[in-house]
Each structure stands twice: as C-alpha cells, then as structure tokens.
Design a protein around this ligand. Sequence first.
Ligand SMILES: Cc1cc2nc3c(=O)[nH]c(=O)nc-3n(C[C@H](O)[C@H](O)[C@H](O)COP(=O)(O)OP(=O)(O)OC[C@H]3O[C@@H](n4cnc5c(N)ncnc54)[C@H](O)[C@@H]3O)c2cc1C
Length: 415
Amino acid sequence: MRRLVVLGAGTAGAMVVNKLRRRLARDKWQIIVVDQDDTHVYQPGFLFIPFGTYRPEQVVKPRRQFVPAGVDLVLGEVDRVDAAANEVLLSGGRRLRYDFLVIATGTSPRPDQTPGMLGPLWRTSIFDFYSLEGANALARALEQFEGGRLVVHIVDLPIKCPVAPLEFTFLVEAYLRHRGIRDRVEIVYATPLPGAFTKPIASARLGSMLEERGIGVETDFLVERIDEEAKALVSYDEREIGFDLLVTVPLNMGADYVARSGLGDELNYVPVDRHTLLSTKHDNIFAIGDANDIPTSKAGSVAHFSVDVFAENFRRHADGQPMPGRFDGHANCFVESGDGKALLIDFNYDTEPLPGAYPVPLVGPFALLKETARNHWGKLAFRWMYWHLLLPGRPIPLPAHMSMAGKHRPTTKEE
Ligand SMILES: Cc1cc2nc3c(=O)[nH]c(=O)nc-3n(C[C@H](O)[C@H](O)[C@H](O)COP(=O)(O)OP(=O)(O)OC[C@H]3O[C@@H](n4cnc5c(N)ncnc54)[C@H](O)[C@@H]3O)c2cc1C
C-alpha cells in the first residue's frame, strides 16, 4: 500500500484529496490529510464581514464535511517534516510515514513581524480583515467610527488575494458615503508597490478608480514600525502616516514548520517548479496553493486551476513517468468596487490582466477590467460554488489554462 499525506485541509488540500481519491485505486493508495483544526473558513468572505454583508457563520463549515470517504482526516499541528526519513511529525509526537507528500498549509497574517503592531493599539485602532476574528473586530470598529484619517495598508508582498486591500478601500469609501460621513474621513491607501497593483494595465485602471473616489495613495511605502504614541506608520525612508483607524494587511508568511524542516525560503514558502509544483529539492514532495513560491497571485482560483493540472500529473509521476500537464500561473479574481459593482481580472505568468469578456468571448457574462453589477453578483455567487463545487472537487466549466479568447489590448481611452 502506498501512502499520500496532504498537509492542510484548506482550499487546496480539500480539492487535492477529493480529486485524487477518485483517481487513485483504494486498494493501492492510502490518503491522509492533516489539519490543525476542524473549521474550514471561506476566506474571501472576510472582506464582506466588516460591512455586515456576510455574517460570520456564513463563512465557516466543519472541515470533515469536505473530506471524502476513503480519506483519513488527522487533526493535529504539523511540527516538522523529516524529508530524509519521509516522515511528518505532529506536535503531540505522532509520526506519519509517507511515500508522497503534498504541502498545502497556506500562508497566514503575521502582525508579530512589524514592531508596534501587536501593542495596545491592536484591535483598538489597528485592525486587519485577513482573519475571522480581525474581520469581526473591524465590523464593530467601523460601526463606531465617526471620522478622521482611515489608512488601508499593506506591509509587504506577496499577500493572499493581492486585490483584497483595494477592494476593502473601495467598499469602505462607499460605506462611509452611505453613512453620510464621507466628508469627515480622509482615506489613504499605503502600499509597498509603485502603483495600485502589480501589473501595469490593471494598476492604471485601479489607480484611477482610487483617484476618482478622492482616496490618497502613498506608494513605495515600506513600513519599518508603528509609532504607538504618535499613532503613525513609519517607513524605512522615514515617512510617517498618522491614522485614527488603521486597516492593515500584516506580513503574510508560510507555516513555521516549513522553515524548521529546511523546506522553505525566507518567508517559509516552498520552492517548486512553477509548472508542475514539484519541490525543487525533493522528488516526492509537492507544494500547492499559497504554500508554494510560484510567481502568480496567492488565490483560491490559482489553487483551483493548479490542482486541476496537478491531479492529472500526480499518478504519472508516482508511476515514474513524465508529467504531461504544465500549470501556466492562471489566476482570476473579482475586484469589488462598491455600490454593487465589481471588476474581474484574469491573467497568468506571461499575460497581465487585459480588458474583454470572460469566460465566453464577447458574451461574458463577466466583464474584464470593467465595473459591472454582474461581476458583483458573480463574486457573491462564488461562495455557493466554493462550498458545493470547488472544495468537493467537482468539475467547473472553467479551463485550467488562461485563454486569450475574448481579451484585447486596451485602447488609449480604456487605459
Ligand atoms: C480577505 C481575503 C480575501 C480573499 N479573496 C479571494 C478571492 O476573492 N478570490 C480568490 O481566489 N482567493 C481569495 N482569497 C485567497 C484564498 O482564500 C486563498 O488563496 C486560499 O484559501 C489558499 O488556499 P490554501 O489551501 O493554499 O490555504 P488555506 O485555505 O489557508 O489552507 C491552509 C490550511 O493549512 C492548515 N495549517 C496551517 N498550518 C498548519 C500546521 N502547522 N499544522 C496543521 N495544519 C496547518 C490551516 O489550518 C488551513 O486549513 C482571499 C483571502 C483573504 C484572506
């Protein structure tokens, strides 16, 4: 009996075990998935909790609901991987031998990595929405916010869903307008990037949307520390941004056990081949989802498209054959823009987000790089798809590879 161990039963881990259980013969393969807790959270929903669009209970479900029959769920914290011995060590001392290992333990916000962030201002004037507790606390803080300077801030990249801080900014601007207090609030978007987003065409589009909404942008802002007394972000080049309410995206890092196991880079991401997701060091270890170092967005959509390619490849690789599939870095993300509208971006390693229609050329129904109500409804409908199609590994009629059909280079007017 061969044994596959999957670390992490989040978005990627749940899809991996569902897809592989159907493909691998039960009398030849045992599949074990390990997670530290039994609560699966729908992280894209965190964005909506501060505004009361979603209630916390709408974004959580028991994890075992997404672990299929024939897969063993082990609840426990991974302490270390001993790659030389092909063993995983759990915190309680339990050892799990493996023939093949999939690392899918994601990435987490680490407010402890910025001096001053976790001091007395944490969750009184400094909030995040990258955790359920953070999003809940921020909902209460926003309700009580009556005016002043509100700063939305990213510590450094990569972060999961790199458009989420922009979405939050657009949503909070609309929220304050609807509450009738927009004129009492200065909104500042502070980013380590030279513009609103990483890719030029989308960055120009999203940057002009910030400008139209009267939102100040502080670019190339690399925070060194938070001055708690002055209530200000202080950058390495000694710029200061004062705040009354700070909504930050803390440094995102892969799990610490990855570093302890000698498997990660400086942010605990596992270096992999960007087309096969196979570890660059170990021929029997893959890293999927946010846990790896591939140069595309850390997003559920990337986990989804890459798992499609990986699932086809895995059995061949396990049988000692070449892997036929090559992941192209395909990502797509809805970008909420407030007032019941959203944009959609679709891109891969080689092609930046372009305008057009998705997934069917000319027809859509979704519009690329354009604000529409349909995109917004698509984003809201995605929660249902996530629970019912994506996590159980059911087929979704969206090709894993990005297509150029329906896309075009923007005209000067569109830019
Ligand atoms: C605010 C926000 C908005 C987002 N919006 C979108 C969006 O609109 N579209 C989109 O595509 N993506 C979005 N994402 C990103 C998406 O949620 C993630 O990219 C996706 O969940 C990654 O899946 P994963 O399996 O790699 O990691 P996760 O789903 O985070 O799973 C990792 C799992 O590993 C477990 N784990 C970690 N460490 C250990 C350990 N030591 N021992 C045992 N278990 C461990 C965790 O408990 C967790 O279950 C958003 C994320 C956030 C935070």
